[in-house]
Design a protein around this ligand. Structure first.
Ligand code: MLT
Length: 268
């Protein structure tokens, strides 16, 4: 089936957005350095009851690239403008994975009235250590010198569990294809933006919307302990751990993740 995409002018760039279904708005915000395709199993499933929106963030997929640094604030501003341009006045359900979660914190800070619920997958509230920042800046150098292909294959073992690598090779293939086709300047700009991001830990207790916290049990980048700390601090949170999945739980275990999201949405 053909997917429906719209191209929207957002804060001086053209943003490519998958928009399908009818009903309350459910926004899917991808991780780094990926695009809307990582949410395919979710957008296909939830378009029966929701207007699903899955943008390619600035610098990714088919959206326009800007050079330099793209901060999490900028991504949050882009999403707010996107919702304005699409005339969504009612509060949205915001589902973000990893970098999509970092953007969720900024979105909460700036536009709390826009939110009906959060679904936070495989992310963290804290900022980076000095070592973490240095590693990001090394990746920026590498990708600008040698291109997106130079980082793609080596990222995959951190993104999906061993069993997904063994039993679902199509996931690794699709992740590599997406990363290799992403513009090197887009990757560098958001990587610099993540290196600058703030520590949002203190803000968790202020989040007043129903929140579902999802993590793959084998996530090495944002492990269950980190996600349990988010769950413990957000007042109206539910915790869901997905067995045998890694950082990309929504791709690796789509049925379990969709069921968890559906149960959560029915309860809030
Ligand atoms: C992601 O999946 O978005 C990344 O792991 C985020 C990060 O690099 O911190």
């Amino acid at each position: 089936m053909r997917h429906q995409f719209v191209e929207i002018n957002v804060n001086s760039i053209k943003m490519n957005v998958l928009k399908e279904g009818t009903g309350p708005p459910l926004l899917f915000v991808h991780g780094f350095p990926l695009d809307h395709k990582m949410w395919q199993a979710q957008t296909e499933y939830f378009k029966k009851d929701f207007t699903v929106l899955a943008p390619d963030l600035r610098g990714f997929g088919h959206s326009e690239v800007t050079y330099g640094t793209v901060t999490m604030e900028q991504h949050a501003e882009d999403l707010n403008t996107l919702l304005n341009q699409l005339n969504f006045a009612e509060p949205i359900i915001f589902c973000g994975l990893s970098m999509g979660g970092y953007i969720a914190w900024e979105f909460w800070k700036k536009f709390p009235e826009r939110l009906r619920a959060f679904i936070l997958c495989d992310t963290r509230p804290g900022s980076d250590s000095e070592e973490g920042i240095n590693n990001r800046l090394k990746m920026v150098d590498l990708v600008l010198k040698h291109g997106s292909k130079s980082i793609a294959s080596s990222m995959v073992p951190n993104l999906i569990s061993e069993s997904s690598q063994r039993d679902q090779p199509e996931i690794a293939k699709s992740l590599i294809e997406t990363i290799e086709s992403t513009d090197r300047e887009g990757i560098a700009a958001s990587q610099r933006g993540m290196a600058e991001r703030k520590d949002y830990t203190h803000m968790m207790a202020e989040i007043q919307v129903p929140t579902l916290v999802i993590v793959g049990s084998e996530d090495q980048l944002t492990p269950p302990d980190v996600m349990k700390s988010i769950y413990a601090q957000i007042p109206f949170a539910t915790y869901l751990e997905i067995p045998n999945a890694g950082h990309m739980a929504p791709m690796e275990a789509p049925c379990a993740v969709n069921q968890g999201i559906e149960d959560f949405l029915n309860s809030c």
